[in-house]
Ligand binder design. Structure first.
Ligand SMILES: [Zn+2]
Length: 175
């Protein structure tokens, strides 16, 4: 794939979501700008650390710009589900945050993960420009999705596969 560099400036919508059976879910970041949809592959842990990183980041923004209005992490679940077609542009490696104080917009910078012979300059980049509340809603929803994992077995405390669970407390019998 040749290198791409895209700016969704600003996004009309931003979300993170997972698709697949519990235990085998694949996580995505998706930004929309009008008709344009950009989807990236991410790991669950990247969503979780992004949520933490955003908290710290916005704390610093508020220290520098104390007059900013409060932001909100409220989201409408019906709008947070990923939109088809799910055709990821690349798998994200590094995720970074920036802030444009003139426009009060947060920039989520997603760089393609390096593989094989790729040099850092070969990595594609997508920048999603979003309001503070859009970013908060995305990470809050992403955290909620990430925590909806497999149900826990009441016998052994291990996560249960929907296809069946071989419980060590029951000598490996399916239950
Ligand atoms: Zn069990």
């Amino acid at each position: 794939m040749s290198r791409v560099e895209l700016d969704l400036d600003p996004v009309t919508h931003l979300t993170a979501d997972a698709i697949g059976q519990p235990g085998q879910r694949v996580f995505y970041l998706q930004g929309t700008q009008d008709e344009r949809v950009v989807t990236l592959l991410v790991e669950k842990i990247q969503i979780q650390s992004l949520a933490e990183g955003l908290d710290d980041f916005l704390k610093e923004v508020f220290e520098r710009f104390p007059d900013l209005s409060a932001d909100s992490d409220a989201y409408d679940e019906a709008k947070m589900r990923i939109l088809p077609p799910v055709d990821p542009l690349f798998r994200a490696g590094e995720l970074g945050l920036g802030y444009d104080s003139d426009r009060d917009l947060v920039c989520l910078i997603a760089k393609e993960i390096l593989s094989g012979e790729m040099e850092p300059d070969d990595a594609s980049v997508v920048r999603f420009w979003a309001t503070r509340s859009q970013m908060r809603a995305m990470t809050q929803w992403g955290l909620d999705v990430a925590s909806h994992g497999r149900p826990i077995c009441p016998q052994c405390g291990e996560p249960m596969d929907p296809a069946g669970h071989f419980c060590p407390k029951k000598n490996g019998h399916k239950h």
